[in-house]
Design a binder for this molecule. Structure first.
Ligand code: ADP
Length: 179
């Protein structure tokens, strides 16, 4: 007699008629074309993506939460099924509150993997209902990161094509007013 394996978890909220919602968390300081690439890819598998800016008082950011939110809203305005939000505290708690089944993360190089892997396992330990989904970035964005872009922009480097034009202008403005 064959024995049926028990399901890994009894999924709640993944019924056929439930919209598939993913949280895409991050600092987005500022949003780059790499981030936008992941949102577009994510929309092919999720019905709705909530781009969630982590409010982390320990991490010094260049742009305020409000500025980051406005930039994301502008860059993603053509997607009615993308929402921009902010959160603090545990990501899995926020995801459960928003009835999301997935956490979306982007992978660039192998260097991202170690940290992402640890974080995904930790999140799974805290809430087994929520799955982390990794999407590979487009090859063009493999070396694009908010921190590298900020460094380049600070010293007048060319960041054209790595961020949406509006974000490029905001970066220029930011550094013009800095000592
Ligand atoms: P964090 O502050 O947690 O590093 P970020 O705001 O930089 O977060 O990024 C949020 C998510 O977007 C992470 O999953 C990160 O791996 C991903 N990401 C950042 N830059 C790129 C890129 N160029 N291509 C694909 N994914 C990216």
């Amino acid at each position: 007699m064959s024995r049926r394996r028990a399901p890994i978890c009894e999924s709640k909220g993944t019924g056929e008629n439930m919209p598939r919602i993913a949280i895409y968390p991050g600092s987005f300081d500022p949003v780059t074309n790499g981030h936008l690439d992941i949102v577009e890819r994510g929309l092919k598998i999720f019905d709705k993506i909530i781009v969630a800016i982590l409010h982390n008082p320990c991490k010094k950011a260049l742009f305020s939460i409000q500025e980051r939110k406005e930039m994301l809203a502008d860059c993603l305005k053509q997607f009615p099924n993308v929402e921009i939000d902010t959160f603090d505290g545990l990501l899995v708690d926020y995801a459960a509150k928003r009835q999301a089944q997935g956490i979306l993360r982007g992978l660039r190089a192998l260097s991202d993997f170690d940290y992402e892997f640890q974080m995904a396992l930790m999140n799974r330990r805290m809430n087994r209902e929520i799955q982390t989904v990794f999407l590979m970035t487009g090859l063009r964005w493999i070396f694009t990161s908010s921190s590298i872009i900020k460094e380049a922009a600070q010293f007048g480097g060319d960041i054209n094509g790595m961020v949406p034009p509006m974000v490029g202008r905001k970066l220029k403005e930011k550094f013009r007013h800095r000592p």
